[in-house]
Design a protein around this ligand. Structure first.
Ligand SMILES: Cc1cc2nc3c(=O)[nH]c(=O)nc-3n(C[C@H](O)[C@H](O)[C@H](O)COP(=O)(O)O)c2cc1C
Length: 379
């Protein structure tokens, strides 16, 4: 284990990595957990299920996949939130969970259009609480066969879309024209802005790093991420969600007990210190930033923000640009209040809410993240 080193961050959590290889355990990939990526569009004939098989690939906070779907009414998809999959410490108002549900709905609508179905969406038809999601439907979607439905060119990138949690190449700039082209993908009313200038990159690297430090040094917030670590194939296959660490290094470290949730949480441990350093280093490889603001901050605005977020992520994919949300400074828990105020001062116009902020850059190609199959999400 002499060559071991800590590498990177995922979802606000810490990653321990090693370059050691240990024979067969090093090659174990979580195949079942990745199967939904191969099954999308291939497993079902029924139009709603076909569209949903793509929707479950949506980006969402900590890969909690908080969707629950009721298909009992013909031609309708009734979407609920699974309240056991919220993130109460870092997302106390469920704003980010709602954004993830918006990403889900957008992919569902896009996939339906590919099959010639228009979808009428009623969002929060029974109303919503802005402080906490409840059991009322998030959306009722009605599928209607329609000749002349226009497919969305962004749909072509659904299978390659990722949240790239690896360091970006700091020798390769993101051109302003590329940033501008990505920004045009939004359709649902968010204001999209970005910055690839040296001064902008420096300022946002600093605040995103500072906010990450707050998260890591706030035990209840950090624990929420670390509790969702899935280390190695067996854990990922058992729970294909959360913050997954697969591949030779993590398989080995997990098997040897050198990467544990307990160790990562202990602020006196080497695991904690090195992991923290790696996390911060990742934010420091940003080669630009993109953000999304809304004038209101209702549940409707949050769903629309999610719909636009996945479109931006797909557009970046089309240009080969990596994106990693860095959400820490946008979070509404007390310990983050000064960073929340600061980021709003930097990025928001009068009265706006910053819904998403990400770093941009060119990174290594990464594989898809685990998903629960659609069947696990039907009620
Ligand atoms: C509202 C929202 C907030 C997110 N915040 C972060 C974040 O702070 N850090 C991060 O690495 N990823 C973040 N993500 C990305 C998710 O971790 C990612 O979508 C999920 O793990 C699934 O991976 P995939 O997008 O590659 O399919 C966020 C995603 C959403 C929708």
């Amino acid at each position: 284990m002499q060559r071991r080193k800590f590498l990177s961050l995922a979802g606000g959590g810490v990653v321990l990595a090693a370059t050691a290889t240990f024979g067969t355990i090093a090659t174990r990939q979580p195949t079942n957990a990745l199967a939904p990526w191969g099954d999308a569009g291939a497993l079902y004939q029924e139009p709603r299920r076909r569209a949903l098989s793509y929707a479950i690939l949506a980006p969402n906070p900590h890969n909690q996949q908080p969707w629950l779907v009721d298909l009992s009414i013909p031609d309708k998809v009734v979407l609920h939130v699974n309240r056991t999959r919220l993130l109460p410490h870092t997302d106390p108002l469920n704003r980010q969970i709602t954004i993830g549900l918006g990403c889900f709905l957008e992919l569902m609508v896009m996939a339906a259009a590919e099959d010639g179905y228009a979808v009428d969406l009623e969002v929060f038809p029974e109303g919503a609480d802005i402080t906490a999601l409840d059991d009322r439907p998030v959306a009722i979607a009605t599928f209607r066969q329609e000749s002349g439905t226009t497919p969305d060119p962004l749909f072509a990138h659904v299978m390659q879309r990722r949240s790239n949690k690896e360091p970006f190449d700091t020798t390769r700039k993101v051109e302003p024209e590329t940033l501008a082209a990505i920004q045009t993908a939004a359709r649902h009313g968010s204001r999209i802005a970005g910055d690839v200038s040296d001064s902008g990159i420096a300022a946002l690297r600093k605040i995103t790093t500072d906010a990450l430090i707050v998260e890591i040094e706030t035990p209840h917030a950090f624990k929420e991420s670390v509790d969702l670590f899935r280390i190695g194939k067996a854990e990922i296959e058992a729970n294909p969600d959360g913050i997954d660490f697969s591949g030779p290094m993590f398989e080995t470290l997990g098997a040897l007990g050198l990467m544990t949730r307990e160790g990562t949480l202990d602020p006196t441990s080497t695991m904690f210190a090195q992991g923290k350093a790696a996390v911060l280093e990742n934010a420091q490889t940003a080669m630009g930033h993109l953000w999304q603001t809304t004038t209101g901050n209702t549940r409707f605005d949050q769903i629309d923000a999610g719909r636009d977020w996945v479109r931006l992520n797909l557009a970046a994919t089309a240009f080969g640009v990596g994106m990693q949300p860095l959400s820490q400074a946008l979070q509404e828990y007390p310990e983050m209040a000064s960073h929340y105020a600061q980021i709003h001062q930097m990025l928001a116009q009068e009265g706006e809410t910053v819904q998403m902020l990400c770093r941009l850059g060119y990174g290594v190609a990464i594989g898809p993240s685990p998903r629960w199959p659609l069947e696990a999400k039907l009620i």
